[in-house]
Design a protein around this ligand. Sequence first.
Ligand code: GLU
Length: 409
Amino acid sequence: MASEQTVSPGSPRSRRVSHRLGAIAESATLKVDAKAKALKAEGRPVIGFGAGEPDFPTPDYIVEAAVEACRQPANHRYTPAGGLPELKKAIAEKTRRDSGLEVDPSQVLVTNGGKQAIYAAFAAMLDPGDEVIVPAPYWTSYPEAIQLAGGVPVEVLADETQEYKVTVDQLEAARTDRTKVLLFVSPSNPTGAVYSSDEIRAIGRWVEDNQLWVLTDEIYEHLVYDDADTGSMPVLCPYLQDNCVVVNGVAKTYAMTGWRVGWMIGPPDLVKAATNLQSHATSNVANVSQRAALAAVSGDLAAVAEMKKAFDRRRHTIVAMLNEIDGVVCPMPGGAFYAYPSVKGLLGKEYDGRLIDSSADLAEYILEKAEVAAVPGEAFGSPGYLRLSYALGDDDLVEGVTRLQKLFS
Ligand code: GLU
């Protein structure tokens, strides 16, 4: 039975949730995705452009490896907290094959998705008050991971007029004597922007000149279109390798979002510290998932090549169709699977007698009226935009954007 006792102000019970967690908002991307899936489950014909999740199933050979792993009692047990030794070795080999970065397996920590790698990396790098420069629009979880680690995110905004890419001058203007880390993401979530090799070299040189660290999120490494000239920062700037953390995972490359396998690669002392954290927080990533990831990274890249063809086709369709809407301006993304149109031209107007004043209002309105789910720019530090993932079926994509066209015609 609940007690009738009143809680006196200032008592330990009056402080319910800690300040640290009380300041953290729910992931906006997962929230939109959950809402869209719940509405669908109720039978509503919602089209979800919300979460960045490939619509393809995980390739069969990976699923089969997991099925077989389930049958082996060894996989019902713990692995070392930092990951299966075979998987760490295979990740080191895959990294050499795909980006050209040479690393030892001891420099790899296998995590519960890329998200936990980001959290662990910031926890290992930051002391209270350390600043992290975060190019905006940014993926919604980065600032929260930084703040949970005691750090301070410092946003640097690059809008569509600069192809959503920050310049060295902007970074320099944001640098203070508390700056410790630059967060670098290419291809970018949410904008799909891809930095060229020269742009990456220039930013890497600035990192080095200022003796900073860099965390580079390479989760979309295989989703670069039009043969763009790009690369991995620690490969293009090898002098950074002792102060660089690379984050990656199997989710986007092998359509394995739900399996939750990512990793961080970094200098041994940092990886050791992050592994210690993981040994207390979660222990190893689910063994069966690690075995599936082992099959994935040991195999070829045929599946992602197929998916990329589909994403590329959808990219052209969605950008063309969005740009047909008066008030929407959508640049062509060079990578990942997100379109990030400015919707500023649609705001400040009444629709069905209702004033739509922000992209957050707009996202709500289109979900209600057109049953189309998209994530508002507010979630990415840039109001006035919507993020639409085009990792959904071609027919759904066309139907969803057609509904938007009709709504705003
Ligand atoms: N990275 C994807 C997204 O941005 C997955 C959802 C999430 O974890 O945020 O939608």
